[in-house]
Design a binder for this molecule. Structure first.
Ligand SMILES: [Zn+2]
Length: 161
């Protein structure tokens, strides 16, 4: 059963890759809170949470194609160092935002630096990875009219205005 619209869900999770390495976790942090139907988390994850009871725990596996997509070789580009501002830190592992043609911003990470040549990667850091989530559903409640209007959650772990 898909999750109903306009529900506020609170959950704990840890995310592991295929090798079992923990990539993200809410352990020792605030749980994650989101408004259903607003694409704030992966659709497959939202679907699975919608089938759970409060206090329930579940292991959810999501293949790369249904998570952050396949790794796209064409999203890797080579540019010249002088395309960065002179003060920019041009080192492997550093992330920047590029302006996209539609006036948005696209994040990329530097994956190679060789003298004046810089390799940059626009893939999502989790692209091409099969993901495994261990989740615990902490709470489900109806969204308030104001939250529905704003499209996000209010309150201690949500948005502050
Ligand atoms: Zn708001």
């Amino acid at each position: 059963m898909p999750l109903e619209m306009n529900k506020v869900l609170t959950f704990n999770y840890s995310l592991k890759d295929e090798e079992g390495a923990v990539l993200e976790s809410t352990a020792n942090k605030e749980p994650l809170i989101f408004l259903s139907g607003t694409n704030q988390i992966l659709p497959k994850l939202e679907e699975a949470l919608g089938e759970m009871l409060i206090g329930g725990k579940r292991n959810i596996k999501i293949e790369a194609a249904e998570a952050y997509g396949k790794y796209d070789e064409k999203a890797v580009q080579n540019i010249k160092r002088n395309q960065f501002p002179p003060e920019a830190k041009v080192e492997v592992g550093v992330s920047y935002l590029a302006n996209s043609p539609d006036d948005g911003q696209m994040p990329f990470v530097i994956t190679g630096v060789k003298e004046q040549d810089v390799t940059i990667d626009f893939n999502h850091p989790l692209a091409g990875k099969d993901l495994e989530f261990d989740v615990e559903l902490v709470d489900i409640r109806d969204a308030t009219a104001e939250e529905i209007q704003h499209g996000h959650v209010h309150g201690p772990s949500g948005h502050h205005h």
